[in-house]
Design a protein around this ligand. Sequence first.
Ligand SMILES: *Cc1c(COP(=O)(O)O)cnc(C)c1O
Length: 435
Amino acid sequence: MPSKSQELFRKALRLMPGGVNSPVRAFRAVGGDPVFISSGKGSRITDVDGRSYIDFVMSWGPLVLGHCHPEVVEAVAKALGTGTSFGASTAAEVVLAECLVEAFPSMERVRLVSSGTEATISAVRVARAATGREKILKFEGCYHGHGDSFLVKAGSGVATLGLPDSPGVPRALAELTITVPFNDTQALEEAFRVHHRQLAAAVVEPVAGNMGVVPPREGFLEKLRSLTAEHGTVLIFDEVITGFRIAYGGAQQTCRVQPDLTTLGKIIGGGLPVGAYGGKAALMDLVAPVGPVYQAGTLSGNPLAVSAGLKTLEILRRPGTYDRLNSLSEKLTAGLGAEAKRAGVALAINRVASMFTPFFTRGPVVDYASARKAETSAFAGFFRAMLEQGVYFPPSQFEAAFVSAAHSEDDVQKTIAAAAKAFAKVAGIPKAVVD
Ligand SMILES: *Cc1c(COP(=O)(O)O)cnc(C)c1O
């Protein structure tokens, strides 16, 4: 008899492309049908068939406090009772803007939008307007939402599905996007030499999360900063994942490199739809109504979303939050690494703070090409074995897993124990030919 999830998926397949509203949810990369979720609480989610899972997707990053944090729920409920949207200014959005500007010293002014995609599209528009140039530079395997200009050698679902670049994107636009391997300073210098004075913006995930987690090499972001400054190119840090995740002040706080513009999303909405872009006043004042660059949104700064974001940031500011998140994550990845070794499974685990990816390869994974060497069939086997044991990992090798403040020591021990069994199964999967 089919499960409720299977019944729903069959119906969804008739109604939505691939049965889903975002591609990676369809489980294409790991096989089997997706589970439909009915509720979440703390570190756990429950599916429509009543099965419970320890969740390491956490809505792909926003839920740094876990599901239904009582204080966040209370804040949203309060906002709900006083009006869901006005299309006019509110006090709360000013407080959130102030929080963001205080957390990110590189940001003098900020504009709230409704998604990370909107934030990156808008930031690039500002950079093009500011420089009068059209080309942008991005890195292979980095994902910046589904804006036309970014769907060139993109990560996340584009990488998972192995899609060719940008069908539906006008060639003329795609040609304006230059790509360079992540962490490759030589290729970067070469790109700036070739496209001298034509690059409006260089956009990067300062810690990559969308080809799986890949940290920047020593000196890579510094080089990017000095080249962009030298060539009058706007440096955009896409901190949609890393903002308030790696540290309260994002990756730019820990790497000590200051971009010209920053994009945010995910955590700043506390599980509701919010994005933001901001930076130097001279750049942001190009945006309407002060300047001529048009960007608007009916639900921008939505009161419900802002209330969830504000409360989430307030809780994150409490002492010890990040230390606990990071030490729990370290315990988890150390345990996974030890069990993989014991089972004889080649596993390269990349972790930065509370985001990590277990790559099924000897590694090291330092860019998109090395991430691609991972055995996706082994990952798929691991994913399914974990799911069967009640642990929900991202359903793709090329995504980050997230630990939240709601995860416990017990969750970590259970996950490690489940992984030990999963690795034993994976060790039996014939190796695909690599290299
Ligand atoms: C998720 C993500 C985006 C897109 O955000 P959406 O809210 O999904 O539109 C952009 N950049 C990065 C780095 C992301 O991880």
